[in-house]
Design a protein around this ligand. Structure first.
Ligand code: ZN
Length: 408
């Protein structure tokens, strides 16, 4: 592999290497490097928190994470010749853990600090460390599973135009105004604290302006961004809308693996790492193909499972309240069913929740027309478990005790 075009070091602080990092979306963040259509190159990325999570057995770091610097991303990368309206073709040729850090983590975020998909059921912070063994990850905090890699960038996107950025800020502020004190919040407005724009330093007028306007990187939007799609793995081809000259490609939030929905919020196996990319351009591609959002072609190389146990959920909430075709409620109920099922084998709720966030489970909207219930399904590959999790006539045998597998 050729020497990375942009290097970072997970053993050093964000501050020491901020010249190649950024953590907001804005058209005026200066590019770190330039490449040409047809180029292949490698860039390195810190984990999304910029090293706030330690390889230890306490979740206090997850509980106390400062979310204002997140996501810590690498870029932007200027693509010569890219113009607004083009489609950027990004081939994700390979992705791997950083040579200095062969481990990752999954966090359940506290409700007070962002929460997760099941935060009303799991309001406390929890952490699992995963050790990487080539294409498999195991965790001393989640016994009885070995999950295969489907490494991918949680975030890959382009810079918004000034007009698009204004549109985002307006529509998100409108949503926030519906319930400004909600915990967790409905959305996050621009946050000047701990904003990073490469070589632009705090105190300069340009920095302060971008810090006031720059959009947070948490949601996916019309520039791609934080989609957290596990299938954007090595071998996938992404098509990204271009909104500014040079496209300003940014990448980061690398995941070793992840389940559909990334339900614990920090639910993938988060890692520092490297990604090899090839870029090209379809001139005026947004127009020619009449698209506004990113698209992708999945990889020919993904984990292959033969057997799943599929959990179902409908749009009736935990209290029995009926919702109209609500896929959010339906998927939550499917996930809760899976958590409760796995707990019968001795897992704690947090361990089961962590497995569903981190392992490459499939989430499907199976039906969305059968009024009043949407039907969402959660597909759990049974082969990730060291023991048989299928239903039995004599019921489940507890296989996990006190964080260890009970070998008969
Ligand atoms: Zn992530």
């Amino acid at each position: 592999m050729s020497r990375p075009l942009i290097e970072v070091d997970p053993t050093r602080s964000v501050e020491e290497q901020r010249e190649v990092l950024m953590n907001r979306w804005h058209p005026d963040i200066p590019a770190v490097v330039s490449v040409k259509p047809g180029d292949t190159f490698v860039v390195e990325c810190l984990d999304w928190t910029g090293g706030q999570v330690r390889n230890d057995d306490s979740a206090t770091d997850i509980r106390d994470i400062d979310l204002t610097p997140n996501h810590v991303l690498t870029g932007p990368i200027h693509i010569d010749g890219a113009q607004p309206g083009d489609l950027l073709i990004v081939d994700i040729l390979d992705v791997g853990p950083h040579p200095k850090q062969n481990w990752g983590y999954t966090g359940i975020f506290a409700k007070q600090n962002g929460g997760g998909f099941l935060t009303d059921h799991f309001p406390e912070a929890h952490k699992a460390i995963w050790d990487f063994h080539g294409v498999y990850a195991t965790s001393r905090h989640v016994p009885g599973v070995r999950i295969p890699a489907i490494p991918h960038p949680g975030i890959i996107g382009t810079a918004p135009s000034a007009a698009l950025l204004n549109k985002w800020n307006a529509r998100e502020r409108k949503l926030i105004s519906q319930d400004p004190n909600r915990v967790p919040p409905l959305a996050l407005p621009p946050e000047p604290r701990n904003a990073i724009f490469g070589k632009l330093l705090p105190g300069t007028p340009e920095y302060e302006r971008i810090a006031r306007e720059g959009a947070r990187t948490i949601p996916p939007r019309e520039n791609g961004g934080n989609r957290d799609i596990k299938n954007l793995t090595r071998g996938a081809r992404a098509f990204l809308p271009v909104h500014v000259p040079g496209a300003k490609l940014t990448v980061g939030d690398l995941h070793y693996t992840q389940g559909d929905g990334e339900i614990t919020f920090c639910g993938a196996v988060e890692m520092a790492g490297w990604i090899e990319l090839h870029v090209d351009i379809i001139k005026d591609g947004m127009n020619k193909h009449n698209i506004q959002h990113a698209m992708f072609i999945p990889s020919p190389i993904e984990p292959r499972f033969a057997r799943y146990l599929v959990f179902e959920g409908y749009s009736v909430d935990e209290a029995g309240e009926q919702y109209y075709l609500d896929a959010h409620v339906a998927y939550r109920r499917a996930c809760l069913e899976a958590v409760h099922y796995l707990m019968q084998f001795g897992y704690t709720g947090e361990e089961a929740y962590t497995i569903l966030g981190a392992a490459p489970v499939e989430g499907h909207i199976s039906a969305i027309v059968d009024i009043p219930n949407a039907c969402c399904t959660l597909w759990v590959p049974t082969e990730i478990f060291e023991f048989d999790i299928l239903p039995k006539k004599d019921g489940p045998h507890p296989m996990v005790q006190g964080g260890k597998i009970a070998h008969a």
